[in-house]
Design a protein around this ligand. Sequence first.
Ligand code: FMN
Length: 192
Amino acid sequence: MTGPHSPLQVLALCGSLRKASLNAALLRAAARIAAPDADIEVADWLGRLPLFNPDLEAESPLAVQALHLAVAHADAILVATPEYAHGVSGSIKNALDWLVSFEPFIHKPVAVINASPRAHHADDALRETLRTMSAGLVGERSFALPLLGAQLDEDAMAASPAVAAVVAEALAALRAEIARQGDAGIPVFPLR
Ligand SMILES: Cc1cc2nc3c(=O)[nH]c(=O)nc-3n(C[C@H](O)[C@H](O)[C@H](O)COP(=O)(O)O)c2cc1C
């Protein structure tokens, strides 16, 4: 839980399981850029989630419990995912499916960074899913960063003013959404 001066607790969900993932590198770079004002935990374990099955929800598998705990404890969520065949990746959709009936996800401030703005199909679908799940989705559009083909590794991204500007913009939008929800008296987890 965050106070006005404590670091924002952000859970970063990456839609790629690839070791050399551009999106994962971006989220790790964002964590470096954001510290110490925000504490971004990159969930690099989404591949351990079983495929979503409503029959398993009553007694959630351990990996699902870990996801639920991480979401409940986060002040906000940051998502970066590749587009596969004009859709979102299976791994991010699977993680979100496990959160559809998880109450603490409702109103949770969520920012999406699109590292390949030409990939608008996945981005549109992701935003539609997040809105349908009643997330506190920030921004009229996702935060765009044309990193595909830019040949930047994690270190270069962490040193890039363009990446830093987008990360700052996304975090500011998340903080504004938290403040807006607080002013409106919307109950959110963690309870503030
Ligand atoms: C199976 C597959 C399908 C893809 N389909 C698309 C697509 O429809 N549109 C697009 O812009 N890029 C597509 N790409 C490119 C990926 O989005 C791109 O390589 C991205 O960087 C992968 O993310 P990652 O580096 O985080 O793993 C596809 C890549 C793969 C492997």
